[in-house]
Design a protein around this ligand. Structure first.
Ligand code: TA6
Length: 326
């Protein structure tokens, strides 16, 4: 018997791209791992096309996933970036946040040319097509293509392309959100910039419409608000971690801000009682003006996340400059 050490099992590459590999994740669910040579990485499960990890070049996790998250259909994974389609929240007849987040997606064998010409090769294309089962609850034929890209600077881009493939000439209408759970050091120390003075619908008050005050948003209780017609850039400042998350969005006019705080946290079985202290959802969304597509038409919605190492008080990075800058 040879004494040579067994060669390490290397996860198969997707489309022969060594920076993109498919492997088995929790409960044997398939996941795709994107890595760049500087050490940044992203993990996305085919179940729900659900990004569950985004790490910077130091290997620090930037997204929150609950320690009680359930990786088992039909439950949606609690944390990361669930995709809400074709319905946000309970704005319709479907289950909350629609069904895309609890369907199995596939790796797109032949994605159509991508709208943006990028030299970046660290991406994976995922595909969800309507099934007969889906048609029973949402009688529309669609193709949903999601490209998940790990950018050269460790940025995370999600680009959705949704096409109406109804053969009967019927249009369809949907609402949408990237329900992103950011990992934060301490929710009571975090500020959100870019939503000042905007109108919002308060989900805790029957979606009544209010206007936000002029300062950065801070947190001291449960919040569940849909900010309307926001700027394309929003910043989350985490003093303790000396980190600023910048969310850039395109084709997604609204932004949802959610933290369940203590009571709601206790009511969620797949969420730890104290975990509300370390997460904040800022969700790039299309809600107030639902998207309508005629057959053959395609919608594109994109979000780009970056984490820049600094904090407001250090003066190194004034969020207003970030939000006004390129
Ligand atoms: O996006 C905010 C929200 O709609 C909240 O109302 C809360 O329900 C949260 O989403 C989580 O929803 P989920 O269906 O994942 O439990």
């Amino acid at each position: 018997m040879s004494s040579a050490a067994p060669s390490p099992v290397v996860a198969p590459a997707v489309n022969d791209n060594p920076t993109v590999r498919i492997s088995k994740g929790i409960n044997g669910l398939d996941k795709v791992v994107l890595r760049d040579f500087r050490g940044s990485s992203v993990e996305v499960y085919l179940y729900g096309a659900h990004v569950t990890s985004w790490k910077n070049e130091h290997g620090e996790e930037l997204l929150f996933v609950s320690s009680k998250a359930i990786f088992k259909p039909p439950k949606a994974i609690r944390g990361g970036i669930p995709i809400c389609f074709p319905q946000f929240s309970n704005l319709g007849q479907l289950e909350a946040h629609g069904f895309a987040r609890n369907r199995f997606w596939s790796i797109d064998p032949s994605p159509p040319p991508f709208p943006v010409n990028s030299s970046n090769k660290t991406y994976v294309d995922l595909l969800l097509k309507s099934t007969e089962e889906d048609m029973k609850i949402w009688p529309h034929s669609f193709e949903f293509r999601l490209r998940v890209t790990l950018g050269p600077a460790g940025d995370l881009m999600l680009t959705s392309r949704i096409r109406n493939t109804n053969p009967d000439g019927k249009p369809f209408t949907f609402t949408f959100a990237y329900h992103t759970y950011f990992s934060v050091s301490d929710i009571s120390e975090v500020r959100v910039e870019g939503l000042e003075t905007l109108d919002y619908l308060d989900n805790l008050q029957n979606r009544q419409r209010f206007t936000e005050q002029g300062d950065a948003i801070t947190f001291e209780s449960e919040v569940d608000k849909i900010y309307l017609s926001t700027p394309t850039k929003i910043a989350i400042l985490d003093h303790e971690k000396k980190r600023t998350f910048v969310i850039r969005k395109d084709g997604l006019s609204d932004a949802v801000v959610w933290n369940p705080w203590d009571k709601k946290a206790k009511s969620m079985a797949d969420f730890g009682d104290d975990e509300y202290k370390h997460m904040l959802c800022i969700e790039a969304a299309a809600i107030e003006k639902p998207i309508t597509l005629k057959p053959g038409e395609e919608w594109k919605g994109r979000q780009e996340l970056s984490a820049v190492p600094s904090s407001y008080c250090s003066g190194q990075l004034d969020p207003r400059r970030v939000l006004q800058g390129s």
